[in-house]
Design a binder for this molecule. Structure first.
Ligand SMILES: Nc1nc2c(ncn2[C@@H]2O[C@H](COP(=O)(O)OP(=O)(O)OP(=O)(O)O)[C@@H](O)[C@H]2O)c(=O)[nH]1
Ligand SMILES: [Mg+2]
Length: 347
């Protein structure tokens, strides 16, 4: 293990420095991998693996997090507040928010030039990137298998004004070089996208190493969820890549203004509506509807924007609702308990 790490090479920055109490003897380490019962950390003095005791588990760590550890690096003392984190509403659970990765500078939104390609899904990923304070780049893999990759590139560029798009064969070391620019020393790049689109392949080609990948199934050209955990990989350029397992669903939660950044064209048009609270339905003087009439804006895009807004509101509200419900339940339990105590006292 390389013991000559500097914190800067691990992605340290003033945002974290400002959270340190200079009187405390602690060490900062970065979370490289999170497993069920342990976390792998890397710091200036090398690696440490910490069993997730009940106390450490309470920090709810994700890959990319920075933590402070005690002198022996055997216990996590605290988790530093991240400058950004990817989150989604966890599938199938009671509306919990799941953090995918923290402190990411650039997000490679990976899709492939086949049936995986879906504009609505890309819009979601971009919203998550903006919310996490990460710069998004859409990477279209399997360009070698497409008859015309240009159609995919054009569609990807329409996802958000000014968004950067690269199309490539992820297995080709020459073509992959366009991605190296984002991976310089101290930079953290995460890859998100469906299973089988080539996230681990990109990492293999960039690092020249062998992550496990698997042939996509022939029938639907999708993978089989080959990558099963999130982990950080060092790049020859000095940056860090976070591989993630393919996702079936990315439900937005609490992304707030990030949607307006993805749909900046609609947000910009809205400013010209006659009414400030225009819903872009049938209000007079609606600049958004006017843009649809003149074919400047696609009506489907407005529909998707609204759908995502509604989803985000629903998921975020249910979190708030749940908190207030928990609070009132807590009150109820306390009053029942004190009733019981009173009764017992009288007996
Ligand atoms: N022809 C071609 N095949 C590719 C390309 N990128 C990936 N593949 C193949 O697609 C299959 C799936 O790639 P993976 O890298 O495992 O996909 P993944 O996104 O990591 O999938 P999960 O780990 O399941 O989320 C592998 O057989 C790769 O060799 C590409 O650009 N061109
Ligand atoms: Mg993978």
């Amino acid at each position: 293990m390389d013991t000559n790490e500097s914190l800067a090479s691990l992605g340290w920055r003033p945002h974290f420095q400002s959270q340190l109490d200079l009187n405390e003897v602690v060490r900062a380490m970065r979370v490289m991998g999170v497993h069920r019962s342990r976390v792998e950390l890397l710091g200036e003095d090398g690696q440490s693996v910490i069993d997730l005791s009940a106390r450490s588990a309470a920090f709810d760590l994700s890959v990319g997090d920075w933590v402070l550890v005690n002198e022996s690096a055997q216990q996590i003392v605290s988790r530093l507040s991240p400058f950004g984190q990817f989150k989604r509403r966890a599938a199938g659970s009671g509306g919990n928010t799941q953090t995918i990765a923290a402190n990411v500078d650039t997000l490679f939104v990976v899709t492939s030039a086949n049936r995986d390609f879906n504009v609505a899904r890309l819009e979601r990923y971009l919203a998550v990137a903006h919310d996490a304070g990460a710069f998004p780049l859409i990477v279209i893999t399997k360009s070698d298998l497409a008859e015309s990759v240009e159609a995919f590139v054009t569609a990807a560029r329409s996802v958000s004004p000014g968004v950067l798009v690269e199309a490539l064969d992820a297995r080709d070391p020459e073509q992959i070089k366009v991605l190296s620019a984002w991976c310089s020393a101290g930079q953290t790049v995460a890859l998100l996208g469906s299973s089988g689109v080539g996230k681990s392949t990109i990492i293999n080609t960039l690092t020249g190493s062998e992550q496990i990948t698997s042939a996509a199934r022939d029938d639907d050209q999708r993978g089989r969820h080959t990558t099963t955990s999130r982990s950080m990989h060092r790049l020859p350029e000095g940056g860090w890549l976070i591989d993630t397992p393919g996702m079936r669903e990315l439900q937005l939660v609490d992304v707030g203004d990030a949607l307006d950044e993805v749909f900046a064209d609609i947000a910009e048009l809205s400013k010209r509506c006659k009414f400030k609270n225009c819903q872009h339905d049938a209000e007079p003087g609606c600049a958004v509807q006017a843009a649809i009439s003149s074919s400047e804006l696609d009506a489907h895009r407005l529909h998707r924007y609204r759908k995502l807004q509604a989803e985000d509101r629903r998921n975020s509200e249910s979190l708030a609702d749940r908190r207030s419900r928990d609070k009132s339940l807590g009150k109820l339990y306390r009053s029942v308990q004190s009733d019981m105590r009173d009764r017992k006292g009288r007996e």
